[in-house]
Design a protein around this ligand. Sequence first.
Ligand code: CP
Ligand code: NVA
Length: 301
Amino acid sequence: MSLRHFLTLADITAEELETLLRRAAELRALHRAGELHEPLRGRVLGMIFEKSSTRTRVSFEAGMAQLGGSAIFLSPRDTQLGRGEPIEDTARVLSGMVDAVMIRTFDHDNVERFASASSVPVINGLTDDHHPCQLLADLQTWQAHRGEIRGRKVAWMGDGNNMCRSWMQAADMLDFQLAIGCPADYVPEDLADYANSRHETSPMAAVEGADLVVTDVWASMGMEDEEQARLAAFRPYQVNEALMEAAAGEALFMHCLPAHRGEEVSAGVLDGPQSVVWEEAENRLHAQKALLEWLVTENRQ
Ligand code: CP
Ligand code: NVA
């Protein structure tokens, strides 16, 4: 059997995605019932973080502990990666010591290079281009509230980068429509490759009739220099009460967090009744436990 990685959603089939989401819901129920489930006893996850993180770090570390294993936090400041040891050499060395590796980095190419030299599964914990683990949690949260997403409309408001692209992949895999509301300069350059995604310059047109409205920070990690220009460009795309009014009556609101009240989302929407962001954040834990259980046990058979 060939080694499986999770660098983008496209690394798994739609059927595997549905299976993972079902398992994530089961693991959530087990956890909430206080039941121990330790299939990864003695297994170790290496976690390389080249960008800051709260949710990703804690959910992977807690998740491994709950599955009976452990996790090692590695930052470039304290490892030889930060002093120029090649990614491929690091991958070969870690592969001999741990059972899976999670990486959060800048260029998506870095995780691909790491995976190409790794003999254990590699998980993308966020690159400039993709955030597939977040989509597992978001889709799990959607299913818990609304069931099937096929045929629904999702409005993505704001920057066309990592989160947006993972939503674009999900739209084609699970057959729902994605309307991307953003200024023309921020449209994902590969939009044409995704049949179920389209761009709307008008924020109202993007959210009209949407069953789910999603947004993210306007200046992602690594884009701090562009912050002022982005604040000005994205202002009309803020998800606020007026915008949510144009969505479907029962529309949900999601945000991967951290959020900036008064910028990409109003406080009223983020903290309001349509928002499921806290459950969405918790589901990072359950969804990634399903992913770890599958990737680590699958690759040991
Ligand atoms: N949503 C998310 O990935 O959060 P962190 O940056 O805190 O990991
Ligand atoms: N788009 C954001 C997501 C953070 C979880 C970033 O890349 O900074």
